[in-house]
Every structure is written in C-alpha cells, then in structure tokens.
Design a protein around this ligand. Structure first.
Ligand code: ADP
Ligand code: MG
Length: 698
C-alpha cells in the first residue's frame, strides 16, 4: 500500500478513538485525507510583542511572560478563571470560562510561557480570553512559532480536545515522517509555463509556510491543480462525447426556415441573434452532436433564436421540443411560437402537468407517429411515456431550474442523441459558466433589439410610498400596466403572505373598482386560479398585478411599464434583475422602483446601488458572484464541481482561465493523452472514473 493511503489510525498520536472522530467529523480516513485538510488561515507567530504594545490594530498577538495570580471569580455556573501575565514592561489579564481545573493544573505559576490570542478592551484595560498557551521549552518544532496554520474543526471535536492545534501536530508528524513522499501530478511543462512549485513543496508550505510569499506560492499551485483537473474532466468528457456519438446531420435549410425568415419574422434580427444562429447552424450540420449554451440578457430575444433552431430540425424531417421550468412559461412559449408561426402548416402541441389525460394520450400518439413537429412543455416532456419518432433538437429554456439528471433523460429520448440547446435566464459570470457548463460550447447574445429604451431604476424609501402610488396612477392613466412584487422567503412564509395580503388590501383603497382592476398571483394558489389571474393581466383586463416572485422568469407582457419591488433589500441581485426584466419589453419608457426601509446593510446598499447603476446582466452577475460566492448562486448548489477545496471561482478567475487554456492546449496537441509527459493525466482520469463508478455502485 502507498504510504499516503495508510488508514489514519496508524498515524502516531491518533489511535482508535481519535481516528473515529476524524473519520466522522471531517471525513479523514487516510494520511492523504489529513494532508488535504488545508488550513483555512494562518497566523504569524514569529513576533513577540510587549504588553505595552497592545492596541486595537492588532487582532492577534503573541506575548511572553510569567503567569501568576490565579483567581476563580463568579458564581458556580458563571465561574471564570482569571490570571495575570507579566513581562518586563507590564501586565495583562488572561481569562477562561471553560476548562478551569485543567488550566490551573497544567500551568505552573511563575514560569515563563508564550501566550497567544486576541486582546479585547474592557474598561480601558486589555485582556485575552482563552489564550493559546505554550511552554517555550516544550515546543520541539520551532515551525509553530513562525506562521501557524489554523484548521477548521467541529464543535464535537472541540469538546473532545481535538482542536486546531492537535490537527497541526498530527499534520506535522506526517510531514516529517521519513516515508512521506508525494508524487507530482502535473506535467513538468505545465509547472514551468505557469510558474508553479512542485506538489510536495506546495503541500508542505500550505501547512507550514516559511513566510507569506511561500504561502502564496503554495496556494497558487494547489488552486491551479484543483481547477486544472476539473477542466480536464469536463473537456475530456466533451471530447469523448464527440468521439463516441455521431450527431444528427441537419444539412438542409428548407421551406419552413425560409418561409419563416422571409415572411413571418416580425422584426429584423439583431447582429448578435444572427451570429448565434450561425453558430448553431454550424453545429447542427457538422455531424457532431450540439451541446450549446446560449447566454443572453433578459429581453435579448432568445425565444426566436430557439424557434429558428427548431425549424432547422423540422426542415430535415426531425421533430423538436422545448422545455420550460414552469407551467406559465410553457404556456407562454406555446402561445408565442404559435403566433410567430402564424399560418405555417406545422403542428405544435403543449404538454404540461395539467394537460387532460385524453389530450395527453393524443399527444403521446402524435409524437410517436411524427405528426406533431414541435412539442412545448414542462417536466412532463421527459416522462418515459413520451417517445419521439425522431427528435432532432431539444431546447431547454431557463436552464437553471433543470437538474443535470433531467438533461440526461432528455438526451436518451433517441437512439442518436438530439442536439441540445440550453438557454439561461440571466447571464452568469464567465468563470462560473466555464466551470458549471465547461463541457458545453457557449454563445452569447450580447445585444438588445434596437429601439429599446433603457429601464430607469429608482430607489425609494417606504415612507415615500404615496408618491410612488401617485406615479403608478399617472402611468396607468396613460394605458400602461404595473407589477408590484412582494418577497416570499420560505422561512418567513406566513409573514410574507400577510404582507402580500396587506399590500393588496392597501392598494385596493388607492385603486378602486370599477375604474381599476387588480390581479393577484402567488405560489399557494391552485394552478387554474393562478392562470386565470395571470391571464387577466396578460389580456390587459387588470392594470395591476400583485405577485410574489412566481412571475420572475420569462413572463412577457409588453404593455407593462412599471415594476415595483417591495422590500427590495430582501432580494438577491439576479432575482432583482430578472424581475426588472419583466418591463421594458415594449416601446414605452419603463421604470423599476425599488422600495426599501431606511435600515440597510452594506450588502443591501451595494445591491440596490448596482441595480440603479446598470441594466447589464453580465455586470450584475459579476457583482453577485463577488458578493455571495458561487455556492450561493442559483442553480449551483447541486453541482458537485463547486465543491472546491481551495480555489474560489470569484477570486481566482485568472487562474481558472489559465487552467482551462492549459488543458485545451494539451488536449489539442495530444487528444488521447498518449505522450510520455501526459501519461499521468491519463492515469488520473482512469482512476477518477473508477472512483466515480464505484460511487454509483455503493
Ligand atoms: P428573452 O431573451 O428574455 O427570452 P424574448 O425572447 O422573450 O427574450 O424576447 C423579448 C421580446 O423582444 C419579445 O417581445 C420579442 O418578440 C422581442 N424581440 C426579440 N428579438 C427582437 C428583435 N431582433 N427586434 C425586436 N424585437 C425583438
Ligand atoms: Mg425567455
């Protein structure tokens, strides 16, 4: 067995009980696992300060002096142990609230110790609570006194005195073992070109760096490695797919596409739309299966691009389908497609969860026979009863609500895999796209249709609500419609519904019938009621729609020109941007009004400010990524690729790009990783696949 694969209980100082904790609490089973439990921060203990040098600028500080004058103060439950540390300049108090007996018995009064901790000020005096205490004579490894690593531990571990320091000692034992060896896993050329230190050195320095510069080098190397292997897997997966499967060849541009383009298209396509259509066209006629992600800001006109791609399939005697995440959206796509196609002799059907059994049977039959060319729907589309005669292309709209598994299901609907086009609802940052959808080709619609007026976004405090209502009245009198959106967060659902209802009742006082009609939709309504209310607004019968975020994605009512967002500070940036995208779809000047309370956190302030400053979804997504980190962004939670140990997609954008480019170059010059120096990459992939398969079995 390889040294690093040794079970953790065999490490000196571990034993059965501690091994058990390490396994359960941190998933550390082997020596290797321990080495890859990286410290989350380091603290510089190379300096020893004097008690008189303590000030508010020093978060952590190390002192050296004699500890004496132990006293236990307070009542039984609120007891604390207090002592004094004295150096040649002065003294400072040390305090413990826990482990009082143990501290008293392990410290010899009057002896000199190194004391490390975070000073806090109380009544003009400094003290340190729960300091780290070391006997200078007993520190056999002087490394600790330079830059000291801190490891994350769990509450349970703390209670069993398996703290960060204990982990530090174990890691040190391992690193100083004469058998310790760690193999390089990147080709030497990659190291040289990217200025990376060897793996062994990086592992040593990430735990016990000699200085700050060494630490940064170690981090860079390990981050690069992590990002590199993700990209290698994704790009290799893509390459495999292309080698294993032939795509359906859609060669002909025929009658349907041409008729639509020349007679039906109600507007001139933007240059960006044309470019993306060309990219799609090149894919589908290439003989390879298309797997393409289309990113475009809200309102950039993704739907028509989707429809024209479907027509390419139909002109070659294939069927097409389009999947949307919600019933409302599926209905809307169905209506849009029908109206865009006009009199063209194509059969389009809608299949959702509410389609009647009879209708569904009909559709299933028509799909099987091939009499239906376009099927629009929700998840119902991927049920196994739906069997296409010959599906040529599948479009997934607003993808982030569809899991990877669902994508795969769709994929299996044919003997030859259909072309797949994924459309995102809002732009996502480039680096995130590279990681989440790194196996897909991407197209960007980076241009809005001409003549759109920029939506004006305004921030108002709740106190100015009356003025806002006056503004709404004047817009409605011009014939426009208005959305008013309330937050609905699961944790405070009850309160939120109350706010929604109160808001509705309040509005009725300002906008009375019969002159005004107000519709209301929220997630708790029966689908039929929701649709009925929604339709009142779509048809223009109601001027105001009060809603929760159910209207967030895709809803298209061009006559609506004002979006009011209540408690806007409670929404995330991408959500605010999606909501704002519901207006500005017609020729009129549109407005987005963000209502908030006076008390705003810095983060909320930044979100609101960003919204007021820009309409550009790509810019917004970058701010969002930096604010929240990738794990919090919509749709990324399920994605294993974001389980990053050390790299950070927001902060390490440059490294990610570098890693991806490096992989691309390698696969380009040595597609099957057969050269001597790439052999270790091939081994890595084989091992990874074995592990992945093993994971599926167990
Ligand atoms: P999204 O990209 O958000 O899905 P849609 O496809 O719903 O956007 O398009 C938004 C609106 O813009 C629709 O009303 C659509 O008809 C219109 N539209 C799309 N492309 C153009 C264009 N090239 N010129 C003018 N209007 C367009
Ligand atoms: Mg859309």
């Amino acid at each position: 067995m390889h040294f690093l694969q040794t079970p953790i209980e065999f490490l000196k100082g571990v034993g059965a009980a501690k091994a058990d904790i390490l396994k359960k609490e941190l998933g550390i089973f082997t020596f290797e696992d321990l080495l890859f439990h990286f410290p989350y921060r380091h603290i510089d203990r190379s300096q020893v300060y004097k008690t008189t040098e303590i000030n508010n600028q020093l978060p952590f500080i190390q002192l050296k002096g004699k500890i004496s004058n132990f006293r236990v103060l307070g009542q039984s439950r609120a007891q604390r142990l207090v002592a004094e540390l004295t150096d040649d300049k002065g003294k400072i108090e040390l305090i413990w609230f826990k482990g009082i007996k143990w501290i008293q018995s392990s410290i010899t009064a009057g002896k000199e110790y190194l004391v490390f901790g975070k000073p806090s000020e109380f009544n003009g005096y400094y003290n340190i609570a729960h300091p780290v205490i070391d006997d200078p004579e007993q520190i056999e490894n002087k490394k600790y006194l330079h830059i000291m690593p801190f490891y994350s531990i769990t509450e349970k571990m703390r209670n069993r005195s398996m703290d960060s320091k204990a982990l530090m000692k174990l890691t040190n034992t391992l690193l100083t073992d004469t058998r310790f060896e760690i193999e390089e896993n990147l080709p030497i050329e990659v190291l040289q070109k990217n200025n990376l230190i060897p793996r062994k050195q990086a592992i040593e320095q990430i735990h016990f760096p000699e200085n700050a510069a060494r630490l940064i080098e170690a981090q860079k190397r390990l981050k690069f490695e992590e990002l590199f292997f993700i990209q290698l897997r994704l790009l290799r997966y893509k390459q495999n797919r292309n080698q294993l499967y032939n795509g359906i060849k859609l060669v002909t541009i025929g009658e349907n596409f041409n008729t639509f383009f020349h007679n039906n298209l109600p507007f001139e396509l933007t240059n960006a739309q044309k470019r993306v259509l060309k990219e799609i066209r090149n894919d589908v006629k290439s003989g390879k299966q298309m797997n393409r992600l289309v990113q475009g800001d809200v309102g950039s006109g993704k739907t028509v691009v989707a429809l024209m791609s479907m027509l390419m399939a139909i002109d070659n005697n294939y069927q097409a389908c389009m999947m949307a995440p919600t019933e409302i959206l599926a209905q809307q796509h169905y209506a849009t497609i029908n109206s865009l196609l006009g009199m063209m002799p194509l059969k389009v059907e809608l299949l959702t969860g509410t389609t009647s059994a009879k209708k569904k049977k009909e559709i299933v039959e028509g799909i099987k026979q091939g009499s239906i060319q376009i099927l629009v729907g929700t998840h119902a589309l991927i049920e196994s009863v739906v069997q296409f005669k010959n599906l040529g292309i599948a479009i997934i709209d607003e993808q982030h609500r569809f899991g990877v598994e669902q994508r795969a299901k769709l994929w299996k609907k044919n003997t030859a895999p259909p072309h797949v086009l994924i459309m995102t609802a809002t732009p996502i940052p480039r680096t995130l796209a590279m990681t989440l959808y790194g196996d897909l080709d991407t197209s960007v619609i980076d241009e809005l249709p001409a003549g759109r007026k920029e939506i004006k976004t305004i921030h108002r405090f709740d106190e100015n609500r009356l003025a806002v209502i006056g503004f709404l009245r004047s817009e409605i009198s011009k014939g426009r419609q208005v959305y008013i959106v309330y937050p609905l967060i699961e944790e405070s659902e009850k309160m939120d519904y109350m706010n929604l209802q109160n808001g509705f009742d309040e509005l009725i006082k300002h906008f009375q019938q019969p002159q005004y009609q107000i519709a209301m939709v929220h997630g708790k309504m029966k689908p039929a009621d929701k649709d009925a209310e929604m339709n009142r607004f779509i048809k223009g019968e109601a001027q105001i729609l009060v809603a929760t975020t159910v209207i967030e994605v895709g809803v298209n009512v061009p006559n609506a020109s004002v979006m009011v967002i209540e408690s806007a500070e409670r929404f995330g940036l991408s959500q605010l941007h999606q909501l704002r995208g519901r207006v500005g779809r017609g020729a009129e000047q549109s407005y987005c009004i963000l209502l908030t309370g006076y008390k705003l956190s810095n983060e909320s302030k930044l979100r609101i400010k960003t919204m007021c400053n820009t309409n550009n979804g790509f810019e917004i997504s970058e701010v969002d990524l930096n604010l929240r980190g990738p794990g919090q962004l919509e749709g990324t939670a399920q994605s294993g690729v974001l389980d990053l140990k050390i790299a950070d997609i927001a902060k390490d954008q440059y490294l990610l790009t570098q890693a991806r480019e490096t992989v691309l170059k390698i696969l380009d010059s040595d597609p099957n990783l057969e050269t001597e120096q790439n052999l270790l990459l091939k081994t890595y992939l084989t091992n990874y696949q074995k592990k992945a398969r093993w994971g599926q079995i167990s």
